[in-house]
Design a protein around this ligand. Sequence first.
Ligand code: ADP
Length: 636
Amino acid sequence: MVALAELPVPIERSFSVGAFAGARFLRCVLTVVAVLLLFAAPGLAAPSAGAPAGEIRIGVLAFLGAETTVVEWSPVVKHLQTALPGRKISLVLLDRQGLDDAVAAGTVDFIITNPGHYIELEAKSGASRILTLDASPGRAPERAIGSAVITRADRQEVRAFDDLRGRRVAIVAREGFGGYQTVRRELASLGIDPERDFAELKTVGFPMSQVLEAVANGDADAGIVRACLLESRPEWATAFRVIGMRDEPGFPCATSTRLYPDWPLATLRDTSPALAKTVAIALLAMAPDENGMAWSVPADYQSVHEMFRELQIGPYANLREPTLMMLAERYWPWVAFLAVLLSAWILYTVRVEHLVHLRTAELRAALAVREALEARMRAGQEQADHLARLSVLGELSGTLAHELNQPLAAIGNYAESLHRRVDNGRLTDEAVREASSEIAGQAERAATILGRIRGFAKKRAAVREVVAPREIVGEAVALFRGMLANAPAVEVTDELPPSTSVEVDSLQIQQVLLNLLKNGYDAARGFGPERQRLIVTISRGDGNVRIVVRDFGTGLDAATRERLFEPFFSTKPDGLGLGLSICRTIAEAHRGRLTAEPAADGRGGAEFILSLPLSTAASSSTPPLSESRCANVPDR
Ligand code: ADP
């Protein structure tokens, strides 16, 4: 392409669209100026009858300023105007952003822009090249653009790209295709990142001769210009030197980069194919102007794509975002390691789940077996409790017949007495009243004894109830005394605060007390009547209730005391030796204790202490047994 920067123009500051980029107002002004210049230009022909009517708008990247751009492209306009009479050819001069906007809005029919910008528009807006500029006879259109990295001829220390590290480098603009991007690709292949490795990347703007100026006056150590710029003026060719020069056969200038195709002319999505064809045919027929500018069939822009892909810019900017695939490729050893780890973890989890499942099933089965066993044990225990109670009764029952015999004999006596009085005519109302009341009293006494025994002996499941200790003691004492013909006196002393209660199986605790009372009675058998008595004391201990059964019998020697609670230990000829061991089991099942001690007051005998935990629940609704009721137990 015959770009202005490559024309042999003197180094001077001229108008730069880049300086006004983004100013829509300016773009409008530029457009108007361009159109006016075109209409004022010679060679404008009147529309002919066969030519298609309407305006053809060509958007051009005007990075060198309006005037220069119009001068540069006026041969194209003139040629088209001549070739397509009746069509108005408008050159719309725009900066990069303006051109993007015009393409997006569909306000231009064709665009002429640099190769880099073109492939961006191709990807973004469907631009499609139909021609490539054939800018000079010495350069093939597909190998027309290269860049030269230059330094001052006398700067010997800067000879290769590597020498640019830590240097100040001047460029026209970061988005410049031949002015920067082409060199970036070469630097990247050597691992050099200008932004990171240069001391400074100095943007001087267009015209490109300003880069030469910066290098010449020492503002920069090196600069990037388009290939062939140095060759355009002999004094530049001697004042500057190209570094990192490449051998590009057939290319007439020194270049530091690979070569790329020249600027394309491209249609847009809405450009009609007929118009595209007409314009293409017209421009292919255009004879080279005095600068050698002509048009050729569209070149292959693959090299530009490759460059952008390598730099990951333009349409390939998304390559910078790491995709899953890229990450997998880059970190495959880690990915593989993690995959193995994950698989191992999954296998482990599945195995653990399986084992947990198995163990749970086993545990459930074991629990079911245990529950069944417990149920059987409970049933067995209830059976044993029942038998134990029957056994205590059995031990006491020798005297039961005699016990019941008494009221029955009394009843018989009264009945006979009545009979005799009837016979001898001495039956008075008073005698009948007295005898019948005695008979009723004796019958009630017998019924009470039997009722207690039945209640104690009945078979039932263990239950816990909140009850006052004195009530249990009272029942046990009454049962004990009711079953013995010559029961000893039993003193009950209750020192408990009112409403103190325990939560127990009353019958089981009665069973314990009955055993203790009977053992005390047995222990005192060989002694005189003064020792035939028992004392039951109910008191409050530390967090518990203490029921002490004290007798005045043989007492406990060391050997007996040691084996007292052993099953089958008995010193009695007819004893089973199970009573105290069962009693201790019952006490412990109630979280209580049963202990034995010789009486401490030196009057002989033993003390058995049953302690039971206090109930946390409210006291039983059953009224406590009063002292009087204990005293009312028949004393025989
Ligand atoms: P059994 O009454 O059938 O012998 P126990 O287990 O009730 O079985 O008692 C075991 C033994 O403990 C008794 O044989 C007796 O020697 C002794 N014993 C129990 N209570 C007393 C007591 N109050 N005074 C003295 N010895 C006792």
